[in-house]
Design a protein around this ligand. Structure first.
Ligand code: SAM
Length: 327
């Protein structure tokens, strides 16, 4: 790993992820969340001349690193970067003539770089546009969302995706604040809530004393999940991963909040997102996946001390199993 990539993002649970992938030097692998390329670099280092790595990231800043050569690729024939959402994993791999892969890695959420750029709006630390899109080529920003959603929609989103105990009060405060701003503003600049500071100001009275940062992080998490359709993309990717993996091919997922981790755990155990075990007439499990890791793997104390982002990380390893009757 180069210095530049460690500044962009320090990879979390690198050794555990590589163990989980169980890399074959001549295999084909996919890193669906390239970010700063720390995990991708470690995969490349384990591949021989016939191995291949495909990396996805929907963020143009990640793509620029590859395009500008900030992420060194000694052997371009072995590495392909795809600047797209991993919800289209199967289609883009097919475009490259790939129908089966030996391992897939997903290190979910946002990179440190995304957090550190004020105008992307990911961090509660800075004042910036309330954007929160990972892919700025399309979609609704968080500002659009908080200015246009109804109070009920906001409350539901904050409850579901932020797990905020006072979601209803926060939603009400956001709606009051935006109405106030709109009433005050001239026609030209009646933007309601436009910046991260506006949003923080709107909910200020609803942040319990001593837990201000925690509640703000939960609020921003909720908006980020909604703006980026994160849970839908994760479900689509997991479903396609099971179809793409060769027998015993590995799926390694690192998640950073319980909503993601629950989907990953259920899917690896049962092949569906409800965690419902289904069996055939003879009692054989119908799931295309089996769980390899025992429980969720957490980062070591030493890693958490060195990299605070590792604190909430949960890594799970699943493998593709041959389902009865399948060709
Ligand atoms: C935690 S970072 C990955 C860091 C990376 N493992 C490393 O070692 O540098 C997550 C990255 O995944 C990307 N990402 C998140 N969801 C995505 C999606 N649905 N499709 C494509 N990229 C996504 C983000 O843009 C971000 O760059």
């Amino acid at each position: 790993m180069t210095d530049a990539s460690s500044q962009y993002h320090v990879p979390v649970m690198l050794a555990e992820a590589m163990d989980g992938l169980n890399i074959r030097p001549d295999g084909t692998y996919v890193d669906v969340t390239f970010g700063g390329g720390g995990h991708s670099r470690a995969i490349m280092d384990r591949l021989g001349p016939d191995g291949r790595l495909f990396a996805f990231d929907q963020d143009e800043d990640a793509a620029r690193r590859v395009e500008n050569g900030e992420w060194r690729v000694e052997d371009a024939a072995r590495f392909t970067f795809i600047n797209e959402n991993f919800r289209y994993l199967k289609n883009y791999l097919r475009l490259h003539g790939v129908r089966k892969v030996d391992g897939i890695l997903a290190d979910l959420g946002v990179s440190s770089h995304q957090f550190d750029v004020a105008e992307r709006g990911f961090s509660t630390r800075f004042n910036g546009a309330l954007d929160l899109r990972m892919d700025r080529r399309n979609g609704t920003t968080a500002a659009d969302l908080v200015n246009n959603a109804t109070e009920e929609e906001l409350a539901e989103m904050l409850r579901l995706y932020g797990e905020l105990p006072n979601a209803r009060q926060m939603a009400r405060a956001i709606v009051r604040y935006r109405e106030c701003k709109e009433a005050q503003g001239s026609e030209k600049e009646s933007k309601g809530i436009a910046t991260t500071s506006d949003l923080k100001e709107a909910v200020r009275r609803h942040l319990p004393h001593g837990m201000e940062n925690k509640y703000l992080a939960m609020l921003f998490q909720a908006l980020r999940i909604e703006v980026n359709g994160e849970l839908e993309a994760l479900k689509a990717m997991l479903t396609q991963a099971a179809e793409l993996l060769t027998d015993d091919g590995r799926l390694v997922v690192i998640s950073y909040h319980s909503l993601e981790d629950r989907l990953v755990k259920n899917f690896m155990k049962t092949g569906n997102f409800e965690g419902k075990e289904e069996k055939d007439f003879y009692g054989n499990p119908l799931s295309p996946m089996r769980m390899v890791s025992r429980g969720a793997v957490k980062a070591s104390e030493a890693e958490v001390a060195a990299n605070n982002r590792a604190r909430s990380a949960r890594l799970r390893v699943g493998a593709r199993r041959k389902v009865n009757g399948e060709k």
